[in-house]
Design a protein. Structure first.
Length: 139
């Protein structure tokens, strides 16, 4: 029976993709408790939805709007300007006070030595985890 119903529906909605989307939306509405416009006849909700579309028992525009609303996702955007204005005002003016790596911090090693190879490390991470820099100095 569903095959004949689909063939009847193609006359009403020529685009098969749109037909499937609208029938599935109508089936969802039926599952949610919407009233049936045709007799159930021991059919499942998708078949009932197709029968309703074939018999013009459902408003196509209303069903399409319901489908669009179901597919749309509205993300409420917060106004980021207000949230960050307080943070910007709270921070001191740092223009011209840029720190360069290692200028003021003696613990930062900016030397030309290859510290990765000195510590026994390769590009992917620790190659020799049990070797410490002291072990390398001893050898």
């Amino acid at each position: 029976m569903a095959r004949v119903t689909v063939e009847d529906c193609i006359v009403k909605i020529p685009n098969r993709f749109k037909l499937v989307m609208m029938a599935s939306q109508r089936a969802r509405n039926i599952s949610a408790g919407s009233q049936l416009n045709v007799e159930r006849d021991n059919d499942k909700n998708p078949v009932i939805a197709l029968r309703e579309i074939a018999e013009d028992q459902v408003d196509h525009d209303e069903l399409e709007e319901s489908l669009i609303k179901g597919l749309q996702k509205f993300v409420e955007m917060d106004d980021p300007e207000e949230a960050y204005l307080d943070l910007i005002d709270a921070q001191p003016d740092a223009e011209g006070e840029e720190l360069h790596a290692g200028e003021d911090d003696p613990e930062v090693d900016t030397g030309g030595g290859d510290s990765a190879s000195e510590a026994g490390m390769d590009m992917g991470g620790a190659k020799y985890e049990d070797i410490t820099p002291e072990d390398l100095e001893d050898s």
